[in-house]
Design a protein around this ligand. Structure first.
Ligand SMILES: [Ca+2]
Length: 136
């Protein structure tokens, strides 16, 4: 099952995070793991309709936070996050358009652009690493 991790992109409201969201202090942002089945585009739409974007694990700290967050919802599910190489194969870009920087934590052998060269979206899978896969 594919599920979704959303990032509410605006800073915390005066009243704190919206219901269902968890605060990540270092970046002062609120996150939620959506327990819904869907492809990457569905995940993007879900986050957008909730006022945010797919989460972007820019560094080890936020990556660990997001892994804890999604494991609390479902340890065995895959969770999309906001990283793709759809525009140019092999050039991964975050949901906000910024190129993937120095922090990468791919699963062994990933990204491998499998499925006939149609893997372009990153997700967490069970375990600590992330991989690339886009299910259309
Ligand atoms: Ca690819």
């Amino acid at each position: 099952m594919n599920v979704e991790v959303a990032l509410l992109i605006h800073p915390v409201l005066e009243t704190g995070c919206p219901d269902g969201y968890k605060y990540y202090h270092p970046n002062q942002l609120c996150f939620k793991a959506f327990n819904q089945q869907g492809n990457y585009d569905h995940a993007v739409a879900t986050c957008s309709s909730d006022g945010g974007t797919l989460a972007m694990p820019w560094d080890a700290g936020i990556n660990a936070f997001l892994i804890d967050l999604k494991n609390a919802v479902d340890k065995n599910a895959w969770f999309w996050f906001g990283l793709t190489d759809r525009v140019q194969e092999g050039k991964f870009v975050w949901a906000d358009g910024v190129p993937l920087g120095h922090f990468e934590q791919w699963a062994p052998g990933e990204p491998n652009n499998a499925y006939g060269g149609n893997e372009h979206c990153a997700h967490y899978w069970p375990g600590p690493n992330r991989t690339n896969k886009c299910a259309f």
